[in-house]
Design a protein around this ligand. Sequence first.
Ligand SMILES: Cc1cc2nc3c(=O)[nH]c(=O)nc-3n(C[C@H](O)[C@H](O)[C@H](O)COP(=O)(O)O)c2cc1C
Length: 385
Amino acid sequence: MDISSAVSIADLESMARRRLPKVIFDYLYGGAEDEITLSANLDAFKQWQFKPRLVTGHVSRNLSVDLFGDRLSLPFLIGPTGLNGLHWKGADLALAQAAKQAQTVHTVSTASTNSLEDIAKVSSGPKWFQLYPWGDRAVVGRLIDRAKAAGYTVMMVTVDSLVAGKRERDARNKFSHEVHLTPRVIWDGITHPDWLIKTWFAGGGMPRIENVAEFVGPGSNASQLAEFTRSQRNAGLNWDDIAWMKDRWGGPFLVKGIACAEDVPLAKKAGADGVVVSNHGGRQLDGAPATLDVLQEVVQASGDNFPVLIDGGFRRGSDIIKALALGAKAILLGRATLYGLAAGGEPGVAKALSILQSELDRSLALLGCESVQALNSSWVRRVAK
Ligand SMILES: Cc1cc2nc3c(=O)[nH]c(=O)nc-3n(C[C@H](O)[C@H](O)[C@H](O)COP(=O)(O)O)c2cc1C
């Protein structure tokens, strides 16, 4: 794939679609059930227009944000995604390298396919780790301790996935944390030779969820690790469990998956230092609201000194500006950077980040705004219905 020819995230998405077998692209692209929330996330940006103020005399724009004591050169980070090795060999290392080059953060998923320790070695600057709040405290505690020992600085616990979402594309493809080699799936692989050779064969087949290998046994295969991961889900999670995780971690701690104002005081009481408005990219509860649509109520409930981050559907620099104007402190990218990864590894991720950076900078200039800090709701208006 000629990554350099991509001019938008949509171009990278098309390249990823061409390069990946359908079973893998469906896992990456798809949402739950009728994919109403998946579409809603994308559509919500169209409900907001800009209020440009022209001839401002600003020569350049400042895109940096301060988060938990660190200055990031961009207001967007790479969010946590699991099973990245399905898209590219050494995927999490590629994401970490690209984030480092762009001076932003790559959030490592519990379900990463490189170990959190190996990823920490290639990243510099702030390191963020996403924790699944599983039922076995011995396992969760050990993951927290390992993240601390490896130098991670911010912990994010994901609370919107206590049971598996009903992802019908995956069900039809017989995909569930692992690829089942049905005749259709094998044909799918054979007809995508670049992926088959450079990712599947070069990576040794189905990638392992490395962070859980020590709980199952060092020689365990991908299927055993996937089975362990599925078995750890804890539908009975409560806020005391979250408070316990925060205590064990001790540092900056975010709750990811917040979708209404009511949960903000509960997260605060459990010790959170901020929240991420998220619906897992429309992959969990179908019918959950678009994240942009609940951002303002969550920001209002959060008050000062309690950062609200957001993800879901960000594919343009202008999307990022709209969320910042509505009160988000920073944006997490999901599929946008994964499309780059699947299209072309580290250069593809770097391309996705640079496309968004230049779109963001250009749109800010056209808006007449000098910095991402200066954004507030006076720069946007809701489209009249
Ligand atoms: C392929 C894929 C894997 C994901 N894995 C995780 C994960 O391991 N942990 C997590 O907290 N969120 C995970 N997410 C959700 C993302 O962090 C994020 O909330 C979502 O992708 C944002 O929506 P967007 O992809 O439309 O930008 C995953 C999303 C995708 C697309």
